[in-house]
Design a protein around this ligand. Structure first.
Ligand code: SF4
Length: 376
């Protein structure tokens, strides 16, 4: 616990402070707390200091649907390799996808490259500062546009992610469930955003949500804005935000074909540019459907004619919208083995096992390969 948090906790013990509605004093308390306790992240600059728009943009794209812990090494790798948006725009897409492999949600990597290209071509390498202009760029939605505008340029913009949603719904004791409450939460968040230091305020809200106002067991006792928090006053903190009941995640099934050549190479295929895992490499497989195909059905998708053997066990991977369960078939073929008609040979390539780690392979494909080669 830092010094500011210790002081707050001590004050709380000594006196019962009355609730005051969230407003400018909340913002001041939060900014003071942020100046003392903010997280030290590689894309951040000191409070009151202008940030590099390229680093802000890169970090915000990487952080979409991904934790800070997972993003940090990728961010460091990207800025070391491509220190400016111009350098990133000059890189081949394939290389960007390779470096992104493992971070998930691969359409982000394609949009990252497309956005860098547009910024260099149409904006002379300088990101626009207004939300409305940022929204025109590939891969930048309302949250990211507001985050870049506020953090990189200090514009009065209010990025509202899951952390901020939670903090605001508690500060104002919003009892409407999510997602219906989203517009009201955004409106309330905007009422707090200060004219100056909007970037520090946005990051302070993010940090408060990540460190203090956590989904479970929020640390209200050391919270810098407890005096302004309606949920805490009403003993509702852990119950908010309310969420509408979730529908169950459906399952899909398929059979993957892991072909190993006798020289140690493995067959990979590039997925179509559009759609899930677009442009990434895959282990060829059947379509992923509602039921597991029979072996006869599956063999219509096999990329080579070979003696296929099922590998015991299954590979399970959970995507945002569905759970995938795959059986892996394995075959060993000679170096002159030909493709079947449905292999799409122009999209296929042989990659030696020792070179697999450098490929643009999403996590699910790494799991398939690890499972298929486990005893090999
Ligand atoms: Fe969250 Fe508790 Fe702080 Fe309210 S007092 S903002 S519920 S940590």
């Amino acid at each position: 616990m830092g010094a500011v948090q210790e002081n707050i906790a001590e004050r709380r013990k000594q006196q019962q402070l009355p609730l005051r509605p969230a407003g400018p004093l909340t913002v001041k308390a939060l900014l003071d707390w942020y100046a003392a306790e903010r997280r030290d992240l590689p894309w951040r600059y000191g409070p009151r200091k202008a940030a590099d728009p390229y680093r802000v943009w890169l970090s915000e794209i990487m952080l979409q649907q991904t934790t800070v812990k997972a993003v940090v090494p990728y961010f460091q790798k990207f800025v070391a390799r491509w220190p400016t948006v111009t350098a990133l725009a000059a890189a081949p897409l394939e290389e960007v996808l390779q470096q992104w492999a493992g971070l998930g949600y691969y359409s982000r990597a394609r949009n990252l490259k497309a956005c860098a290209d547009v910024v260099v071509r149409d904006y002379d390498g300088a990101f626009p500062r207004a939300e409305i202009e940022l929204l025109k760029l590939p891969g930048i939605g309302p949250y990211t546009a507001a985050a870049i505008s506020a953090i990189a340029f200090g514009e009065k913009a209010t990025p509202v992610d899951g952390n901020v949603e939670r903090v605001v719904s508690r500060l104002f004791a919003v009892r409407q469930p999510l997602p219906t409450a989203k517009p009201e939460i955004r409106r309330l968040a905007a009422t707090l955003t200060p004219q100056r230091r909007a970037g520090d305020f946005a990051q302070a809200m993010m940090d408060l949500g990540a460190e203090i106002c956590t989904p479970k067991k929020p640390s209200c006792l050391v919270c810098p804005v407890q005096q302004d928090c309606a949920a805490s006053a009403q003993n509702l903190a852990e119950l908010l935000p309310l969420k509408a009941a979730k529908t169950a995640r459906p399952s899909r099934y398929g059979i993957a074909f892991l072909v190993q050549r006798e020289d140690g190479a493995v067959l990979l295929r590039q997925r179509p540019e559009a759609g899930l895992l677009g442009g990434m490499l895959e282990v060829p497989s059947t379509a992923w459907g509602d039921a597991l195909p029979t072996k006869t059905q599956a063999m219509r998708s096999a990329p080579v004619s070979a003696s296929w053997m099922p590998v015991p066990g299954t590979v399970v991977h959970v995507f945002t919208h569905f759970r995938l369960e795959l059986i892996v078939y394995r075959a060993l073929v000679s170096v002159d083995a030909g493709f079947t008609l449905w292999a799409e040979p122009e999209r296929c390539r042989w990659v030696h096992r020792r070179d697999l780690h450098g490929q643009a392979l999403p996590s699910v494909m790494k799991k398939i390969i690890a499972h298929g080669l486990a005893d090999n």
